[in-house]
Ligand binder design. Structure first.
Ligand SMILES: Cc1cc2nc3c(=O)[nH]c(=O)nc-3n(C[C@H](O)[C@H](O)[C@H](O)COP(=O)(O)OP(=O)(O)OC[C@H]3O[C@@H](n4cnc5c(N)ncnc54)[C@H](O)[C@@H]3O)c2cc1C
Length: 459
């Protein structure tokens, strides 16, 4: 073989990238990597890994089941998965089943798209009592995430207290109060449908540390509360006074939210409604009390103070309020988990990086929540992934692809992970779930047992 032929042959060999995590950021990164060749860049093949047998990350296991339109973004991910050069390897846990060193040996680059797998703590006494539940766990439970199937949150209480003033707080409060008929048309995991249908919870008290101006709900999530059957929304007119939204210094979104909250305050709650969602601002949890399980929560009453940096802070007035409850849902934020061998910033719960290039590393990259923290909507991850992929493509173009045999990689994985679920296996699970949902007008009936998932994935 002449030298020129060798060069030509060599440079047309594709690059192989491992994307670890199959949530939105992983899929947007994969799509963008697969586009690189057509855009004149290097030819890239993608192997996507996930620790679960099922893909889509929080689109399957986070987004509330009563928001099927939002979940339907998964059809975009299906299109990516169907593209040439894409493979899915489910049930492969990086850090347990395979190491990053092993992936670095086999791939030209690794993209970590592992999201934020745990919760921020409140750091108060009683936080670990039975009945004090992290939203990460509760959300996973109603969405059928196999890790949380056995959570059995105590729902034998009239009032639940939700700590947090963001969309996750609204999601969990709403899921607790949704009419049974609405719940039964969703893909909420069956164990949760039955538990929620039998629940005694009539009121969810949503508590924000700061005021209504500082809450981070999105307008659509607040507005839809008015359309839920049998739900009274309770807002204290003193906390949301007339004219609160007429402030040009506030963003449009905040003003719209304040208008909605003010409308709820003016209307007053529907006394006949079976369920109540009550908002209480300027409250911080101080202590959760109970004998073996949650019986009450002590809330500290705050006032607001604007710092020199312009940030509005909640300051404890020293006043206290005690609320009887058997269920406290902590929705104060998701948090990233350290991956073995990678740098980690404890304060932000993210992997330190510059526009997606992991600090101090050559062939390792991050996208999504593990890159920038748990903020933004699903679409935010697209722009974020594109930024990282621009750098990956530039870095790959400057290097020769490594020796890589896709078949050998697959054989190695199957040997290491006998329960591996590939794209065909997932397609079989997906078809089964949709088929079970169809006669009941549900998008799917989720399979939540690991062994059953593996069995369904086999031809
Ligand atoms: C409760 C909740 C509700 C939300 N609702 C909405 C909404 O209605 N609309 C909206 O736009 N956005 C919503 N979001 C935000 C949206 O879900 C996120 O922006 C998005 O999922 C983040 O994507 P990601 O890919 O970074 O992480 P994730 O979606 O979390 O995906 C991470 C994936 O990595 C896998 N993984 C983790 N560790 C490993 C490992 N070690 N090895 C292999 N795999 C691993 C996980 O199993 C998971 O599949 C919601 C978020 C939450 C928490």
């Amino acid at each position: 073989m002449g030298h020129d032929a060798w060069v030509e042959n060599h440079s047309t060999r594709p690059h192989h990238v491992a994307v670890v995590g199959s949530g939105p950021s992983g899929f947007y990164a994969a799509a963008s990597l697969l586009d690189a060749g057509a855009a004149g860049g290097p030819d890239v093949r993608v192997d996507m890994y996930d620790r679960l047998a099922t893909p889509w990350g929080l689109v399957r296991a986070g987004v509330a089941p009563d928001h099927p339109k939002i979940k339907s973004v998964s059809s975009q991910y299906d299109k990516t998965a169907a593209r040439e050069g894409f493979r899915f390897f489910g049930h492969v846990h990086l850090g347990e089943d395979v190491t990053r060193e092993e992936l670095l040996e086999r791939y030209d680059a690794i993209v970590y798209a592992v999201g934020s797998q745990t919760e921020r703590r409140l750091g108060i006494p009683g936080e670990d009592l039975r009945g004090s539940v992290a939203s990460v766990d509760f959300v996973g439970w109603y969405n059928g995430h196999p890790d949380f199937v056995d959570l059995s949150p105590p729902l034998d209480t009239e009032r639940a207290v939700v700590i947090g003033a963001g969309n996750v707080a609204l999601d969990v409060a709403r899921m607790l109060l949704l009419p049974e008929a609405d719940l039964r048309t969703t893909d909420t995991a069956d164990h949760a449908v039955e538990a929620l249908a039998a629940s005694s919870v009539r009121e969810a008290l949503v508590c924000g540390r700061r005021g209504p101006r500082e809450a981070s709900f999105t307008t659509t999530e607040l507005r839809e509360l008015a359309d839920i059957d049998d739900l009274a929304v309770v807002v204290d007119p003193e906390q949301v006074p007339a004219g609160i939204a007429e402030d040009d210094t506030l963003s449009k979104g905040t003003r719209r939210n304040l208008e909605i909250l003010r409308r709820f305050a003016e209307q007053g709650p529907d006394a006949a409604a079976r369920h109540r969602m009550a908002f209480r601002f300027l409250r911080s949890p101080v202590e959760i009390r109970g004998d073996g399980r949650v019986e009450e929560i002590v809330l500290g009453i705050n006032r607001l103070e604007t710092g020199d940096d312009g940030r509005v802070r909640a300051m404890d007035t020293g006043e206290r309020e005690t609320v009887a409850t058997g269920l406290v849902l902590r929705a104060v934020g998701y948090r990233g988990v350290e991956l073995p061998g990678l740098p980690f910033d404890e304060a932000s719960g993210t992997v330190p990086n510059t526009e997606g290039r992991v600090a101090g590393r050559d062939r390792e990259y991050v996208v999504g929540w593990i890159k920038r923290g748990p903020t933004g909507i699903i679409g935010t991850n697209k722009k974020d992934a594109n930024e990282t992929v621009r750098h990956i493509v530039a870095d790959l173009a400057a290097r020769e692809p490594r020796e890589h045999s896709p078949d050998e990689v697959e054989a190695w994985l199957r040997d290491r992970c006998p329960d591996l679920v590939d794209q065909e296996g997932w397609a079989a699970i997906d078809a089964h779930e949709r088929g079970r949902g169809e006669p009941h007008g549900r998008p799917r009936v989720k399979v939540v047992d690991r062994d059953e998932l593996v069995k369904l994935s086999r031809p």
